[in-house]
Design a protein around this ligand. Structure first.
Ligand SMILES: Cc1cc2nc3c(=O)[nH]c(=O)nc-3n(C[C@H](O)[C@H](O)[C@H](O)COP(=O)(O)OP(=O)(O)OC[C@H]3O[C@@H](n4cnc5c(N)ncnc54)[C@H](O)[C@@H]3O)c2cc1C
Length: 378
């Protein structure tokens, strides 16, 4: 039997591109399939920036995060592209808010003390923010943002340079476990691989509906606002932030494309059935509340949404991803449902998936992410 590659990767978005890069670095022959283009604008990894901050992650995930930074820097060196920007990060809110208490716990668990910034210092250093009287402000130097589309392109093209193949514009419609290998089918073609990794993000339920009954899709709305003085919102002057304002958690990114900042609401997501039916136009009520908060708390941002991006990510009931194999698909590794926070860990997840696809011990305890852990509940 002639194999097309040792490992196939279906979906070369966030996790798939990183997996291909990791496989190619190890000299494993690999082939990736992408229904659109590499770094396209419809996946969970689109929207110009992703927060790089770890405070909401559970202790079990921290070993993954610990390797992510080094791997992002390795990918920057391999590709020559700038991907990870450490702006530092502000965390702002009332002292008893969950955001503030969890942040402080997280920093203390890492053996440090949270660094507080006074209101007077904020007025001097970050006058872009209006503060409530009881707001507490913490600073973290290790926070910043990643450029998602660039990271996907960097991983994919570096993988190709190292010998991997990527077939774009090709939807895999069926994954078939055979004895000792896997057949991947498109509408008019078939490829054979020893093992396969499925990293199809929000589309996973289309490809493997019977395997993953307990996922749901969340529709997230990204919003961009114009600023008059774009210098004061450059990455060096306007670090990423998360804050509780009027009881609502919002976040913000510095200006990347000249003249705009991306500020949005954390959390709200609408359950959604199929990615192909996604309504990609924001409704007035979806942008009104964030515009109101911007008007109140960021006085030098013009509170008019001039650009939106609507994207999906997949979620599970316990907020943890689905990573691993299933009994009926022993040569297929699934990695999906990163619950709105997967980008920061992506290269480290790629390394774990490359381990699993090549039967290397990953060193990470994966049982809590077993893809069939909700099976009895459905
Ligand atoms: C709006 C938004 C904001 C976010 N903010 C943050 C943040 O600030 N920080 C953070 O860490 N995380 C964040 N996340 C989460 C993070 O971006 C996602 O968890 C991550 O991108 C998921 O990656 P994925 O590989 O599962 O999916 P994707 O990146 O969507 O990759 C799936 C790929 O598979 C392809 N595909 C699907 N089906 C097929 C098929 N049958 N054949 C061929 N190709 C196929 C798709 O086209 C796509 O390219 C955010 C997510 C969203 C949506």
């Amino acid at each position: 039997m002639d194999l097309d590659a040792e490992v196939g990767v279906v979906g070369t978005g966030t996790m798939g591109s990183m997996t291909l890069w990791q496989l190619a670095r190890r000299g494993v022959s690999a082939i990736g399939f992408e229904q659109f283009a590499l770094g396209h604008d419809r996946g969970a990894g689109a929207g110009e920036t992703r927060q790089y901050r770890a405070e909401q992650l559970e202790p079990e995930v921290m070993p993954i995060m610990a390797t992510a930074t080094g791997l992002y820097q390795q990918l920057e060196a391999d590709s020559g592209m700038r991907l990870l920007h450490f702006t530092g990060g502000l965390t702002i809110g009332p002292p008893d808010s969950e955001l503030i208490t969890v942040f402080a716990e997280h920093v203390r668990a890492a053996g440090d003390e949270p660094v507080a910034i006074s209101h007077a210092d904020m007025a001097m250093r970050y006058p872009q923010h209006r503060l409530a009287d009881d707001d507490v402000i913490f600073w973290h130097a290790g926070y910043g943002f990643v450029r998602p589309e660039l990271a996907i392109v960097a991983a994919g093209t570096t993988a190709e340079r190292l010998g991997a193949r990527i077939v774009t514009g090709t939807e895999i419609t069926r994954v078939e476990q055979r004895s000792g290998y896997v057949a991947l089918h498109s509408a008019d073609c078939r490829w054979l691989v020893r093992r396969d990794v499925v990293t199809t993000g929000p589309w996973t339920w289309n490809l493997l509906p019977e395997l993953l009954p307990s996922g749901d899709l969340g529709r997230l709305v990204l919003t961009w606002f114009p600023v008059v003085d774009d210098e004061s919102f450059a990455p060096a002057r306007f670090p990423t932030f998360t804050r509780v304002a009027d009881g609502i958690t919002i976040y913000g990114m510095p200006q990347i494309a000249s003249g705009t900042v991306r500020i949005g609401l954390v959390g709200p997501r609408i359950k959604f059935a199929m990615p192909d039916q996604l309504e990609r136009v924001a409704k007035p009520h979806e942008i009104a509340s964030i515009a109101g908060l911007v008007a109140r708390w960021l006085p030098s941002v013009i509170p008019s949404v001039i650009r939106t991006g609507i994207h999906l990510d997949a979620y599970t009931p316990d907020g943890q991803p689905l990573i691993g194999t299933l009994p009926s698909y022993q040569d297929v590794v699934i990695a999906a449902a990163f619950c709105g926070r997967g980008f920061k860990m992506a290269p480290a997840v790629g390394a774990i998936l490359a381990d699993l696809a090549t039967n290397e011990p990953s060193g990470i305890r994966l049982t809590r992410w077993a893809p069939d852990r909700f099976r009895n509940e459905s």
